[in-house]
Design a protein around this ligand. Structure first.
Ligand code: ADP
Ligand code: MG
Length: 435
C-alpha cells in the first residue's frame, strides 16, 4: 500500500474553513462586512475571551428572510451577484458566499434575524456547521450573529493564536478600519465588557478625530488623474506612524504605498488615504483574503498619491549649491507665507502660518536643506547649523522658504520630526476665548 491517502471530505472542508478564518479578527471582519452589505446604520460588536469565547455582531440592516436562514451557512450561499473580478468593485464587500459557511464550520453559531418585510424573526443554531435548531423568535429588523467557542473543533488553530492582548488589538484594528471606511455608520465595540469604541455617524475628518482622539482636524487634500482619484487626511505630531489605505472602500495593504507615505510624511504621522481606482487595474490574485493588493500600474498609482502633496521636489541648481551654506546670504522673496515670530533659546524658530504656530528645529531645518543639496546624510549633518546660534529674521525666513521649496518635509533624513505645530484655535480654547 502506498503512503499517500486522500483525506475525507469533512476533514478537507474543515481545513478549508480554517484557512478562510484564521483568527477572531477575521470573523469580526466578515460579520462587519455582511452588516455593511445589509446597509446597517449601526453595528454593535461585542467580544469575550479575545473573541475565542464569543463574537457577537448586531446590525440594523435589512435582515434575512426566514426561508433563507438555513441557506446562508451553506457553501457558496450568497445574495450578492458577482464574480472574482468584482473583488474591488465599489458595490459590496461580499462576493463568494463562503464566510458564514466557514465560520459555522469552526464554531457554535447562532444567527437571529428579522427581514424588514416580515413580522417575526428567525433563529438558527449550528454546531460545527451542522444545523441543530431553527425557530421563530421576536427580533427587531436586522441581524445578530453570535459566534461561540471559535475553533472548538480545530485545537491546532487555537494554539496558533497570539496572546489575548494581541488578538483583541487585531479586532479593534479591524473595527477601526471599517469605521474609517464608513464614517456615516455608527460603530460600537465592547471587549470583555469594556467599551472600546462608541462612534456616532460622522463625516470622514470628524470620525478620524474621534477615533484617534486628535487635538485638531487633520490636514486634507484631494487629487485626480486619468487612473482615478485620491483623498488623504493626515495629522503630524502623532505618537507613531500609522497609515490606513482604502481602495474603493476596502481596507488594503500595499507595501509601496506604505513606504511612499512614510517617506513623504515621516515617522510621526497618522494618515488615512482613500483611493478610487477601477477594479480592473488591481491584481486580484495576491492575497487569498484580499488584504494585500498589487496594482497593475503601480507608478501611476504612486503618481496619483504624489499629486496629493502638491509641490514637486526641486532638483538643486548650481546656484543653489553656491548658496548652500548658511554663511552665504539666502535671498528672500516677499512670497513667504510664514510670519516669523522669533527664536527660542537659539534653537527653535517660531513662526505663524494659516492658523498654526510652528516650532521648527533650526538645526534639522538646515540639515534637510543641505541633505537635499548633497544627498549625503553625514555630510549634511556635520555641516549643518547647530543649535545655539542666533539667527536674523532674514536667515530664519530663508530657512523656511527653503523648507517650503523642498515640499515641506516632516522629518530629517534620520526620521526626526522637523517641527511641531500648534493650532491657534487650541490656544484660544485654553484661554477660554472664542476664535
Ligand atoms: P457573502 O457575503 O459573500 O454573500 P456570506 O457567507 O458572508 O457570503 O453571507 C451569505 C449570505 O447571508 C449573504 O449573501 C446575505 O444574503 C446573508 N447575510 C449574511 N449576513 C447578513 C446580515 N448581517 N444581514 C443580512 N443578510 C446577511
Ligand atoms: Mg460576507
Amino acid at each position: 500500500m502506498g503512503e499517500v491517502r486522500i483525506l475525507p471530505p469533512e476533514v478537507r472542508s474543515l481545513i478549508a474553513a480554517g484557512e478562510v478564518v484564521e483568527r477572531p479578527a477575521n470573523v469580526v471582519k466578515e460579520l462587519v462586512e455582511n452588516a455593511l452589505d445589509a446597509e446597517a446604520r449601526k453595528i454593535e460588536i461585542e467580544t469575550l475571551g479575545a473573541g475565542k469565547k464569543l463574537i457577537k455582531v448586531r446590525d440594523n440592516g435589512r435582515g434575512i428572510l426566514k426561508e433563507d436562514l438555513p441557506k446562508v451557512i451553506e457553501e457558496g450561499a450568497t445574495s450578492k451577484i458577482g464574480g472574482v473580478e468584482d473583488l474591488y468593485s465599489i458595490g459590496s464587500y461580499g462576493f463568494r458566499g463562503e464566510a458564514l459557511h466557514s465560520i459555522a464550520k469552526v464554531s457554535k453559531l447562532t444567527i437571529r434575524s428579522r427581514h424588514f418585510s416580515e413580522g417575526r424573526g428567525g433563529e438558527l443554531y449550528a454546531v460545527g456547521g451542522e444545523v441543530k435548531r431553527i425557530s421563530e423568535i421576536a427580533h427587531p429588523v436586522g441581524t445578530t450573529v453570535s459566534v461561540e467557542e471559535l475553533f472548538f473543533n480545530l485545537p491546532a488553530r487555537l494554539k496558533f493564536l497570539k496572546s489575548n492582548r494581541t488578538e483583541r488589538k487585531a479586532i479593534t484594528e479591524t473595527v477601526v478600519a471599517y469605521a474609517l471606511a464608513k464614517p456615516d455608520v455608527a460603530f460600537y465595540l465592547e471587549q470583555e465588557g469594556k467599551v472600546v469604541l462608541d462612534l456616532k455617524p460622522a463625516v470622514r475628518d470628524e470620525r478620524i478625530v474621534e477615533i484617534f482622539n486628535l487635538d485638531y482636524t487633520p490636514d486634507h487634500s484631494v487629487a485626480e488623474t486619468d487612473i482615478g482619484s485620491a483623498e488623504i487626511f493626515y495629522y503630524s505630531n502623532y505618537r507613531s506612524n500609522k497609515f490606513f489605505v482604502f481602495l474603493n472602500g476596502r481596507p488594503i495593504y500595499n507595501k509601496e504605498i506604505q513606504t511612499y507615505l512614510r517617506n513623504k510624511l515621516g515617522y510621526r504621522t497618522l494618515a488615512v488615504l482613500f483611493l478610487e481606482i477601477p477594479p480592473y487595474l488591481v491584481d486580484v490574485n495576491v492575497h487569498p483574503r484580499k488584504e494585500e493588493v498589487k496594482f497593475l500600474r503601480e507608478r501611476k498609482v504612486l503618481e496619483l498619491i504624489g499629486n496629493l502633496f502638491g509641490k514637486k521636489q526641486r532638483t538643486p541648481s548650481a546656484v543653489d549649491i553656491l548658496k548652500s551654506s548658511l554663511k552665504v546670504e539666502y535671498e528672500t522673496e516677499p512670497s513667504l507665507e510664514f510670519e516669523i515670530l522669533g527664536q527660542i533659546e537659539e534653537t527653535l524658530i517660531v513662526a505663524y502660518r494659516k492658523g498654526f504656530v510652528y516650532f521648527f528645529d533650526q538645526h534639522l531645518l538646515d540639515e534637510v536643506a543641505k541633505f537635499d543639496l548633497h544627498g549625503d546624510e553625514t555630510k549634511a549633518c556635520k555641516s549643518s547649523l547647530k543649535a545655539g546660534q542666533k539667527l536674523s529674521k532674514e536667515e530664519m525666513e530663508a530657512l523656511l522658504k527653503r523648507w517650503e521649496e523642498l515640499g515641506e518635509p516632516r522629518t530629517c533624513p534620520h526620521g526626526r520630526p522637523l517641527y511641531y505645530k500648534l493650532p491657534v484655535e487650541e490656544i484660544f480654547k485654553k484661554l477660554d476665548r472664542r476664535w
